[in-house]
Design a protein around this ligand. Structure first.
Ligand code: GLN
Length: 311
């Protein structure tokens, strides 16, 4: 048993602008994270961060920002830039998992140019930008499926803005639907552990593998390093490296001591993996397969059923 595993695991999620950016069931993502944590005895605390609140990155383990219409996005854009930008950047550079949906995704890129009114300045976390090409250009609305990490993600999108990636890596390749711009088959963006996407509130409910990916990132980030420090300070005798062989204690510079030191320094390369206990996700995967089927992706739907529903 690892040192970390005996401690109760707790995570704090900062939910940015819950009152302004909450379209198409975006809160479903938070509820899914809470349910999946609760089922495993992990405490997930959710803290709302509204207009006027500063973002202190050390207080959170994950961040979520949802989508909103242009009229809600404008005041949020200003507040995000003025009050939360530096904290959010620090969190991202420190590998905090961040999920940004639709309008929130647009505001984490360089800018959003709406059909009317001035540009909304974004944080530039993603090297990407968004243009709304006018009210006559059809919105990107409907179910969507994309390739992700050897699997699929499914969801629902509804946006007028078209996002174009610079150097940002896409979240996945669109199989059906519009994605970033209905032109280049990209969907979303990734920078470090920050994920931008157009998939709204059904994203985490219908994609349990992605929900667990985000939770694993948060747990590894919070507890992985701590495990290493505990191990480095007091290596248990049973691990084969007695503390007597450490150079500072023995005063020796034997080959053995150097080897032990090297082993210790390599520990961070293999942090303990958080194997989240599997949950009964048959309902979630049925919903996932149903969307694939409805989009005409019959092979992908059958593969989902074989992998996750049929034994
Ligand atoms: N206002 C943005 C657009 O229409 C975002 C919409 C949303 O978040 N659903 O492109």
């Amino acid at each position: 048993m690892t040192h970390a595993s005996v401690k109760p695991l707790t995570l704090t999620l900062g939910h940015l602008y819950p009152d302004q950016l909450n379209l198409y069931g975006d809160r479903g993502n938070i509820m899914t994270l809470q349910r999946r944590c609760q089922a495993r005895g992990i405490e997930l605390r959710v803290v709302g961060l509204g207009i006027g609140d500063a973002l202190a990155p050390d207080e959170y383990d994950m961040l979520f920002i949802g989508g909103g219409q242009d009229k809600e996005q404008a005041p949020v854009a200003q507040d995000l830039y003025d009050l939360k930008g530096i904290g959010l950047w620090a969190a991202v550079e420190d590998d905090m998992p961040v999920l940004a949906v639709c309008g929130g995704f647009q505001l984490l890129a360089h800018y959003y140019r709406p059909a009317e009114g001035p540009d909304m300045r974004g944080l530039g976390v993603f090297d990407a930008w968004t243009l709304h090409k006018g009210k006559r250009v059809p919105r990107c609305i409907g179910d969507i499926a994309l390739n992700w990490n050897g699997s699929t993600l499914v969801g629902f999108e509804n946006h007028g803005g078209r996002t174009y990636l610079g150097t940002a890596k896409p979240l996945g390749k669109v199989l059906k639907g519009s994605g970033n711009n209905a032109e280049d088959h990209t969907e979303g963006a990734i920078y470090r552990n920050a994920y931008g996407t157009y998939l709204h509130g059904s994203l985490l409910p219908k994609n349990p593998h992605f929900a667990d990916h985000l939770l694993s990132l948060a747990l590894k980030r919070k507890y992985g390093g701590e495990y290493y420090r505990v191990l480095a300070e007091a290596p248990p005798a049973s691990n084969g490296y007695s503390s007597a062989t450490l150079p500072e204690k023995s005063g020796e510079t034997s080959g053995e001591s150097i080897m032990v030191t090297a082993v210790m320094e390599e520990e961070p390369l293999t942090p303990p993996s958080f194997q989240l206990a599997p949950l009964d996700d048959r309902l979630e995967w049925e919903a996932h397969a149903y969307i694939l089927e409805r989009l005409g992706l019959h092979h992908a739907a059958a593969a989902t059923i074989r992998a996750h529903i049929q034994e």
